[in-house]
Design a protein around this ligand. Sequence first.
Ligand code: ITT
Length: 300
Amino acid sequence: MTNVLEAGMRLVVASHNAGKVWEIKQLIQPFGLDAVSAGDLNLPEPEETETTFAGNARLKAVAAATASGLPALADDSGLEVDCLGGAPGIYSARWAGPTKDFSLAMKKVAEEVKQRHGWSAPGPKANFICALCLAWPDGQTEVFEGRVDGVLVWPARGGNGFGYDPMFLAEGKSETFGEMEPAEKHAMSHRSRAFEIFKAAKLDGLERGGGADVATANGGAGAFEGLSAAAANLSTRAELAAFVGHLREDLKANPGNWENADLPRFLEAMQGWLQDETSLEDEPRWRLLAKALLAASMYE
Ligand code: ITT
């Protein structure tokens, strides 16, 4: 029998990438599905041993569905550069090293292209790919794929988005994914395209309700979660600058949510947090600053 998604069902977002979890929750919650992340359920992160995006998405979704007894949605995605034979491809996250520092990963991509082929206008052809897999506890799986084509730019531009966004220019656009407003990226991204196919196949009968909006727009715990996802993913100075802008907007829109809304308490909390969080020694510097600023708004 085919499994069917119904309003009120709990779905695991089978990812340990805070940015992806946030984007996927934003996509499914308006359909009345209750989303919980693999991290929230303390599910282990499986090793990605397959050779395709679809294979790795299936592996992550099945692992989460089997361990939780709930349907699970996983995303495997990445950047493919034509002249690098499709690299970094399924290794896109791994090119950023153990601290997931994408300023390094982007530099590595640019250097590989320059060394092997030279960099000529309009930039090397590249595309983002996303494979979304829905898996059920009984082992049933379905995969939905989306793709967006474009070229790479160097130096990278913009502080929005995450990962390789600042060096990707989609076909026909003059702003990189890192320069676009999030809504504009979401309207055309590989993830949204995969989601559109998933939606047509699996969410057809489900009513689209109010649901959560973009991170800082509607306040409450959702805003903090969105900021937290952004802080966990950023890797560049420009991304930190954009993040500080979002933090300022949040303080203006939701001052009541801030435990430490005045400067003395904010600084005291930041000092306390930096003294206590010894595990952050190897965190990339821009990300550490973002996390410290966010923690200072709440830390007691
Ligand atoms: P999970 O496996 O836990 O979901 P991950 O970050 O390791 O998290 P992947 O293995 O699918 O995820 O790696 C995909 C990488 O490709 C991701 O870390 C990004 O750097 C990059 N990527 C995917 N979608 C992107 C997007 O929309 N914009 C920029 N970079 C993206």
